[in-house]
Design a protein around this ligand. Structure first.
Ligand SMILES: [Zn+2]
Length: 330
């Protein structure tokens, strides 16, 4: 019986890794560009002492290609020079072809290092695998955990469960909407400081999405939970409207004061009198601020319009959208 070990089955990449090892164990610097492409310091006897890895060693199909870009350009000019180059790392021209490694053959001395082992290249060769047989999709939906009263703020839970009871809909719908409405009113006034001794703060931003088949009263449930918010929005609109006459009166007064001061200024300038006092009064005049409606929610804003709304409503806004298509189209 033969004691000769069975040569290991190796891929071209395995072989190439073994080939490259011939350079490393003889002290050459190697630079790996990929599993099939290395740059190494050239071992050619006429090209010694250079630290730049100018010899390109590339695996192409089942061949190893050598091309030296350093020295006087002759290291890999022809087979004679290539053979001289390979001899310096104890290899022959035959080693440029991928072949099984007969480990019994000591065709390459180990230069005082432990025996050469076939090393696995890091890029595995992936053989295409056939698709596994198709399986039907599992039809069992995992049960969603039930929403219970203690999951909601105490002051909201009675109201929210009452909405669900009166509508005979899932309590999740008004619960989610109520939490988002509450977050809208709180807005940026409450922040989270994740680090105790740090000024980093985060403004919580709630996103909610209600999913359900048609006819399960999603929209009515949401509208019921948004009702207080709608009321606040309507009140704010009314307040802004009420403030308009007073604003217009204040603007009239402001304009007249401005004109009067300008007249005084002109007269002082004409007479060559000091104007410092008038300038101070003019600078102190404050234009009345236009009453702006406090907005709580918007449902059809362009990004640009939303930006303007947020400038005036620094506490934040609720963006209400119905249907995923309207969300995804933005
Ligand atoms: Zn060279």
């Amino acid at each position: 019986m033969s004691t000769k070990p069975t040569p290991p089955e190796i891929t071209p990449l395995d072989y190439f890794a073994w080939f490259i090892q011939g350079f490393t164990i003889t002290g050459r610097r190697t630079k790996r560009n990929s599993a099939h492409d290395y740059h190494v310091t050239c071992p050619h006897p006429d090209h010694q002492g250079e630290r730049t890895p100018s010899l390109h060693v590339t695996l192409k199909d089942d061949r190893v290609l050598l091309k030296c870009f350093g020295g006087d350009g002759t290291c890999t000019r022809d087979d004679t020079e290539k053979a001289r180059l390979l001899a310096a790392v104890y290899m022959t021209m035959g080693d440029l072809f991928v072949h099984d490694l007969d480990l019994d053959d000591a065709f390459r001395p180990t230069v005082g290092k432990p025996e050469l082992r076939v090393v696995k290249a890091t890029d595995p060769v992936v053989e295409p695998q056939p698709w596994p047989a198709l399986q039907p999709l599992p039809d069992a939906m995992p049960a969603a955990p039930a929403l219970t009263r203690d999951m909601l703020p105490r002051d909201l839970s009675g109201w929210v469960f009452d909405i669900a009871h009166r509508m005979q809909c899932a309590v999740d719908y008004p619960a989610v909407a109520a939490m988002v409405a509450l977050a809208t009113v709180v807005g940026r006034k409450v922040t989270i400081r994740p680090k105790e001794h740090d000024n980093w703060y985060v403004v919580p931003n709630l996103w909610a999405q209600i999913i359900g088949p048609p006819g399960v009263l999603k929209s009515p449930a949401v509208h019921a939970a948004f009702a207080p918010l709608y009321k606040m929005a309507a009140d704010a609109r009314e307040a802004a409207k009420q403030a308009v006459p007073a604003y217009e009166a204040a603007i009239a007064e402001y304009t007249l004061q401005q004109e009067s001061l300008k007249r005084q200024m002109k007269s002082a300038v004409d007479k060559g009198e000091p104007t410092a006092g008038i300038k101070e009064q003019l600078a102190a005049l404050r234009k009345p601020e236009e009453p702006s409606e406090r907005r709580f929610l918007t449902n059809d804003s362009t990004i640009e319009k939303l930006g303007l709304l947020l400038v005036k409503n620094t506490n934040g806004l609720l963006i209400e959208r119905s249907g995923w298509s309207t969300v995804c189209s933005r």
